[in-house]
Design a binder for this molecule. Structure first.
Ligand code: TYM
Length: 336
């Protein structure tokens, strides 16, 4: 049987950033060729950061638009909004009853995020966030989950929960998912602070390359990227994190290996690398940006794609949920 892929992104920003694209979206598009693929905009997850309603709505559509613009093909893959498929929240409840408090409390993203907002700003949803994520994955009998490095621990929890359910209720209750994390692009770093990951919610917008950003600004951010005081263009994550990050991005978009780039830039200055990389990035992102803006400008067409995706996803999800409810001993709901 064809293996199933599932992955998702949060609509927490007006635009995705290059880390989302290189760490995950590129793989999503590739895996469509070999796998049965399902991709979601996880708006229920985004509620944990209390977004403004109008922003949440526009960002949800903009995120889906960028999936499609980057090459997610709705004729081959399902693309939908999480809140349109109520089974996600239902399975999350079930899984929460199998998750230990300590286990959830050990999640480093929860610790980081709750430390940032303090106890009074931390809602329970932020704590149970990885359980909803496990529900997203297990609901579709997912085999493979393409994500960046920062999601590794969350995926480990999904695997632990899957194994726990199978241990208790028998093999085949749920499918145990495998992470798909491509090492070279698993963590793209901030241009201003190349020891921190590039993020949609970065402190300084200058450190981020946004897919929907004006190309001039993208180029400017790359040209003002932090590099070290030396001059040699060499991949050294420890000693030259800024240069290493630029080489990673360059290689991922241009196709030349990092070794080849090092050879091609021998004797050249950081400035050369940055100017060339700015061109490469702008040229690469321009068609994606334009296609995304087209989708954003036709919300009816976009909503139609999302509705079709949700209808199919919901049918699959209900099948899995019925199986799990049955194994758990819940009485069948005959009215459905
Ligand atoms: P999110 O929305 O923060 O990020 C979406 C995807 O982008 C990857 N990513 C990066 N990869 C490389 N370098 C970076 N700097 C970088 N920044 C982000 C993330 O690893 C992710 O793959 N919890 C998830 C959303 C989610 C999900 C799921 C993912 C909810 N349910 C089920 C997979 C399966 C998140 O917040 O991703």
């Amino acid at each position: 049987m064809t293996q199933r892929v599932f992955s998702a992104m949060q609509p927490t920003s007006d635009s995705l950033q290059l880390g989302n694209y290189l760490g995950a979206l590129v793989q999503w598009v590739k895996l469509q060729d070999t796998h049965d693929a399902i991709y979601s905009v996880v708006d229920l997850h985004a509620l944990t950061v209390s977004p403004e309603p109008e922003l949440l709505r526009s960002r949800t559509r903009a995120t889906a638009a960028q999936f499609l613009a980057a090459g997610v093909d709705p004729d081959r893959s399902l693309c939908f909004v999480q809140s349109h498929v109520p089974q996600h929240a239902e399975l999350a409840w079930i899984l929460s009853t199998f998750t230990g408090m300590g286990e959830a409390g050990r999640m480093t993203q929860f610790k980081d995020k709750s430390a940032k907002v303090g106890e009074s700003g931390t809602n329970v949803g932020l704590f149970t966030y990885p359980i909803l994520m496990a529900a997203d994955i297990l609901l579709y009998d997912t085999n493979v989950v393409p994500v960046g490095e920062d999601q590794r621990q969350h995926l480990e929890l999904s695997r632990d929960l899957a194994q726990r359910l199978n241990g208790r209720f028998g093999d085949g209750t749920v499918v145990v998912p495998e992470p798909h994390i491509v090492k070279s692009t698993a963590k793209i770093y901030d241009l201003q602070d190349p020891t921190a990951k590039m993020s949609k919610s970065a402190v300084s917008p200058k450190g981020t390359i946004e897919i929907l950003e004006d190309p001039k600004k993208v180029a400017k951010n790359i040209k003002s990227a932090t590099t070290d005081s030396g001059s040699e263009i060499r991949f050294d994550r420890e000693a030259k994190p800024g240069v290493a990050n630029l080489l990673t991005i360059y290689s991922a978009l241009d196709g030349r290996s990092v070794e080849q780039l090092e050879a091609d830039y021998e004797g050249k200055m950081y400035g050369h690398l940055k100017v060339d990389l700015a061109d490469v990035v702008v040229e690469y992102l321009t068609p994606i940006r334009e296609a995304a803006l087209d989708w954003i400008e036709s919300p009816d067409r976009l909503d139609e794609v999302l509705a079709q995706g949700a209808a199919k996803a919901s049918a699959l999800a209900q099948g899995t949920l019925d199986r799990i409810y049955d194994r758990l001993g819940l009485v069948p709901a005959l009215h459905r």
